[in-house]
Design a protein around this ligand. Structure first.
Ligand SMILES: Cc1ncc(COP(=O)(O)O)c(C=O)c1O
Length: 493
């Protein structure tokens, strides 16, 4: 018996699929062609909810007939209410306007729907993962055939997975019996480590008091000379540090911890070194910038977000392990429905035993396709441009007495404060928060903010090669206009 239902058949009609896709593509083409300076049109959530609810079908009993106008309205609403990541006004966060071809492949992924944790469900994605692992490992430098890579849904999950593998290596009895042999598991991290690392610690039962915070220097890099002492002090507290985490590109200012020196300390101590390169690992593909991650080949694991500086749709994270067997240490499960008792030739390509997800997007496909079609230079040239542009932005800020610079940019993140003469310590924090919010409401620029040593700063992340120095000057003018207005209002209180 076959289910015959005209409306159901119509919803799956390949011709309708083509028409819908063409409508979406035409809409996106004009969206991408619009290079006007704009940030975010922030909509009241109540108003947006109403607009979205108005698009819901009231039909409950049968499949609603297709409504072209409704689809057009959904597309319009979706595109319009997003942060305009392809515009030169977007300077705020670490996800990027994607290379358009990456979007095309992501769209194909959604249609062919090949979840990629197991080879049989995603053959090309699993092969592409291997190829990309080998390609990118050329810049990491691990022994071919001995390292491993899995993709994970985001850097936070990669950090958690790496910490899990590190913990299981240090405490062999913990997975099966929950035993730590009397010592309390601990990790050592920079003061500026991304919150996903301390969150992962919490998930692993490593309490706040078991997180050893390592001091940083003026460039906000971990002070390698202080790590031995910190580890010894931790031992005296009956803490066993199973993982030392270095950041390759901190979220706040894009600082790179001294991996080479930290690796030596970790090796001496028998501690796993994890490099959180969610933001900055992509600099490895540039001959000019690779040195920022000097020593990465000595690390045990590395998180690398391609949805940040490789300009592909989120999420796409690569988690590398120096030793393939360490990758298997993260999880130990029996599940007869997926893990075969008699592994065959295909099993070696499965990622399911090494990554957290069971069903997982074939997130490697956009990255692999770009790499296959354009090669490394697409990424290297864009990253180098963005880092040079950030240095130019730093010069512009340094030359303007109304601004306070806070660091030299090591990558494409720049933090600074608007602080003309007369703005006292008591007001500077609040002023930056107000400026950031007002600039966002203005809708022309989207920037972020961050606290540095407890005081707010404006934060710019340059992810778009269509931004130039002139655009940055326009942002500076906007900040000065908004800032001056806020100061006048305050003085007239
Ligand atoms: C240094 C660092 N680590 C980890 C993460 C978390 O990555 P994700 O957002 O992909 O989960 C971020 C995100 O901004 C980051 O900057």
């Amino acid at each position: 018996m076959t289910l015959r239902n005209e409306s159901l058949t119509a919803a799956f009609d390949p011709r309708l699929f083509r028409e819908n896709s063409q409508a979406a593509v035409a809409h996106l083409e004009s969206h991408l062609s619009d290079l006007s300076v704009r940030g975010l049109e922030l909509t009241d959530p109540v108003v947006l909810s109403e607009a979205a609810r108005a698009l819901m079908t009231t039909e409950q009993e049968s499949v609603a007939p297709f409504d072209e106008k409704k689809l057009a309205a959904i597309l319009e609403l979706y595109v319009k209410t997003g942060i305009q990541v392809h515009s030169p006004g977007y300077m705020g966060r670490q996800f990027s306007g994607t290379v358009p071809l990456a979007g095309v492949i992501d769209f194909v992924s959604s249609v062919v729907n090949q979840p990629s944790s197991f080879y049989e469900a995603g053959q090309l994605p699993n092969v592409a993962e291997r190829i990309m692992a080998d390609e990118l490992n050329r810049f990491i430098g691990w022994e071919a055939g001995r390292f491993a890579m899995v993709t994970t849904s985001g850097g936070s999950l990669a950090n958690l997975t790496a910490l899990l593998a590190a913990r299981n290596r240090a405490f062999p009895g913990i997975w099966s019996r929950g035993e730590t042999g009397g010592a309390r598991p601990a990790i050592a991290v920079s003061e500026d480590v991304h919150y996903s690392v301390s969150r992962a610690a919490g998930v692993l039962g490593v309490g706040e008091a078991q997180i050893v915070r390592l001091p940083v220097n003026r460039s906000r890099q971990i002070r390698a000379d202080r790590v031995r002492g910190a580890l010894a002090a931790a031992r005296d507290r009956n803490l066993k540090v199973f993982c030392l985490v270095a950041s390759a590109g901190t979220t706040e200012i894009g600082a790179f911890d001294p991996i080479d020196e930290l690796a030596d300390v970790a090796a001496e101590d028998g501690t796993w070194l994890h490099v959180d390169g969610a933001h900055g690992a992509s600099l490895l593909v540039s001959d000019r910038l690779r040195r920022k991650l000097r020593g990465v080949e000595k690390a045990d694991s590395l998180t690398w977000d391609a949805h940040k500086m490789m300009f592909v749709p989120a999420p796409c994270t690569l988690l590398f392990y120096r030793q393939a067997h360490a990758a298997l240490g993260a999880f130990r499960q029996r599940a007869s429905y997926v893990f075969d008792e008699e592994p065959d030739a295909y099993h070696g390509f499965d990622g399911g035993d090494k990554n957290f997800e069971c069903t997982k997007r074939p997130m490697i496909m956009p990255l692999w396709t770009l790499w296959a079609m354009y090669g490394r230079a697409l990424f290297a040239e864009k990253i180098e441009y963005l880092c040079r542009l950030t240095q130019e932005a730093h010069r512009i800020i340094s030359d303007d007495p109304d601004f306070e610079t806070l660091h030299f940019p090591e990558a494409n993140i720049l933090c600074f404060r608007y602080r003309p003469d007369g703005v006292g310590d008591d007001h500077v924090h609040r002023l930056q928060l107000q400026i950031r919010n007002q600039v966002r409401v203005g809708g022309r620029f989207f920037i972020s903010k961050v606290n540095i040593e407890g005081v707010a700063a404006l934060r710019v992340v340059l992810m778009n090669h269509q931004i130039n120095g002139e655009h940055f000057r326009m942002l500076v003018d906007e900040i000065k206009r908004v800032g001056a207005h806020l100061l006048t209002k305050r003085s007239g209180r």
